[in-house]
Design a protein around this ligand. Sequence first.
Ligand code: NAD
Length: 497
Amino acid sequence: MADYGHFIGGRHVAGTSGRFADVFEPMTGEARGRVALASTAEVGTAVADAEQAQVEWAAVNPQRRARVFMKFLDLINRDMDGLADLLAREHGKTVADAKGDIQRGFEVVEFACGVPHLLKGEYTDGAGPGIDAYSMRQPLGVVAGITPFNFPAMIPMWKFAPAIACGNAFILKPSERDPGVPMRLAELMIEAGLPPGVLNVVNGDKEAVDALLDHPAVKAIGFVGSTPIAEYIYTRGAARGKRVHAFGGAKNHMVIMPDADMEKTVDALIGAGYGSAGERCMAISVAVPVGAKTADRLMEMLVPRVEALRIGPSTDASADYGPLVTRAAVDKVRSYVDIGIAEGATLAVDGRGFTLQGYENGFYFGSCLFDNVTRDMRIYREEIFGPVLSVVRAKTYDEALNLCNDHEYGNGTAIFTRDGDAARDFVSKVQVGMVGVNVPIPTPLAYYSFGGWKRSVFGDLNQHGPDSIRFYTKTKTVTARWPSGVKEGADFSMPTM
Ligand code: NAD
């Protein structure tokens, strides 16, 4: 049985709070072990260690800092199979999908290896008589990341890689549901040569999070999770003067135009809607066919494909998706399907009765597809985070665009069409942060920044890409004059150029 404590000062330490949470293996439904839930005092110890380590780490030149990450990439490649297996066992996603989770984090580490270039400032030679002006980026100090269960490798790496590369020390508070991979990543960073104390993992729940939010030495908080918690983190952290960006939930629409290549669209939709059991913040949860003919054709092709989806244990290479993360998640998704029926939507595919032979206690949920969903329904307005796709029929392109724009979430969206004018108009007018054109999950590449709009985000500056360097540094601007350029005598008026 796994017994996770914390990773502080470069080594594993047992939890002392006396509080623990169970960690499950969703594919069997059995407990795999437990994870310690940190007290405020334990968080304080981690922050104190990080504060000490940060000073020396910031003095290491950026190229040497980058080399630690280059070595870390080698170690991830070496351990890829073991990491993916552990991730799949604690999260529930398939091993192939777990490798994708690790890979998308890996790519942000590759980006962070460019930190010597990314930290370069600006310079103006001869800004005045004998005067040079320049700016530089300096680390914030100790920063923290609070991450969700659904990408236990990718999102921790999105957070700690740019932060540490910039010269900060980092406290990671991963999800208590699947802490195994984040703990392994911290071990690998030490093996790669990171000095102890620069990356610490504190496991825990609200108490640990609140301790990070309230600690005066924690200068910035990067959060990813559900919208109510994101809003809370932003409000409380910002009130204490911290830099905070908090990424929340989503309801991502795919607009399907009458001229779309329907075969390719259905392939894209089914992967984006049901991959990882719908537990992705960039999953498509709403399909919006434009025109009755498009909608009828879509349903005709989609229903048999949804019915044929293969649900299996995470270790089954032929499974399309695996179990949900917890029994509570299964109950929540089921309750939404019941709500959808009560609200009058048409349940075209009903997966509620699904069980997997040999894995009867696993957290599985069969694929569901709703047709005739309307904008007033809760199954449309709220994030379900499961293998449930809603089809909202729009009469016109404008109606489809307005649906996207009126929704409170604005994380991701996609349009499927062969019409360049429609695609261009959509890209320009849609009130959503990440947009795909014939791309169902438009998660930005590592060297662009990732972030939604509206209530999918609180705070400023996105994650990874150039914004992450801005988020984890503060700018200092220097104006320097050397004696040869100094005129004689005091000057009491405001200096101007
Ligand atoms: P969650 O909000 O329950 O938990 C996220 C983190 O917050 C965890 O570390 C958890 O321990 C902590 N937390 C939970 N309740 C808390 C509380 N009351 N006070 C303080 N901290 C608390 O989210 P989750 O279920 O782990 O993840 C799924 C959610 O994350 C979905 O809503 C999904 O859309 C979202 N998500 C968003 C993005 C994005 O970039 N926008 C990416 C991935 C996931």
